[in-house]
Design a protein around this ligand. Structure first.
Ligand SMILES: CC(C)(COP(=O)(O)OP(=O)(O)OC[C@H]1O[C@@H](n2cnc3c(N)ncnc32)[C@H](O)[C@@H]1OP(=O)(O)O)[C@@H](O)C(=O)NCCC(=O)NCCS
Length: 159
């Protein structure tokens, strides 16, 4: 997309993020949680902007402790693009930014999604994610319709 910009989220982005969540029929963002997330040095919260318009956002989670099948480490989590802006590379750009951030801090990055979310699974395939497990609940997330897939991408190796 012409003029697409990916940058760190700030508190001023809250209304734009709320609008994306609404348009995408996703749960509303808690303002207190959003403020805490962007202030957390262990997390990378990014927004995608076209001109003045916020068209998507995404975040990482850092989990220092293993939980069931889920290893400790950095996880990509919660990428949302406003419906009218999809299939324009916005989700990929938000993912590239987060992968680059994690690569500076760790040797691998994790991610999980509903097994039925083909858009998400296809999007992440470009970064070489491999399935390392599946479960009906991963890190507290319950998967509607059945299963979640847990995936890992190794960020070292090819140099
Ligand atoms: C998943 C999501 C973030 C993708 O955003 P996007 O900006 O459309 O993604 P991109 O344009 O960068 O797509 C990159 C690739 O992902 C795959 N992809 C994206 N949307 C897809 C879809 N609906 N069906 C199949 N593959 C899809 C394609 O391979 C695509 O490449 P292509 O357009 O060249 O075919 C977006 O659909 C969304 O916000 N969905 C709702 C929220 C959600 O499910 N988030 C993920 C939770 S883990």
């Amino acid at each position: 997309v012409e003029g697409l910009q990916i940058r760190n989220a700030t508190l001023q982005d809250l209304p734009g993020v709320a609008a994306v969540q609404r348009d995408a029929d996703r749960p509303p963002t808690d303002p207190v949680q959003f403020a805490a997330d962007i202030a957390d040095p262990d997390r990378h919260i990014v927004v995608a902007q076209v001109g003045e318009l916020l068209v998507g956002w995404a975040k990482t989670h850092y989990w220092p402790v293993i939980d069931g099948i889920a290893p400790a480490g950095h996880y990509l989590g919660g990428v949302t693009v406003a419906p009218t802006w999809r299939r324009n590379g916005v989700g990929s750009a938000l993912t590239q930014s987060r992968i680059a951030w994690v690569r500076e801090r760790a040797d691998e990055v994790y991610y999980f999604a509903n097994a039925q979310n083909t858009a998400s699974l296809d999007l992440h395939r470009a970064w070489g994610f491999e399935e390392i497990g599946r479960a009906s609940r991963i890190r507290g997330v319950e998967f509607t319709g059945g299963q979640g897939l847990l995936l890992r991408s190794r960020l070292r190796g090819d140099g």
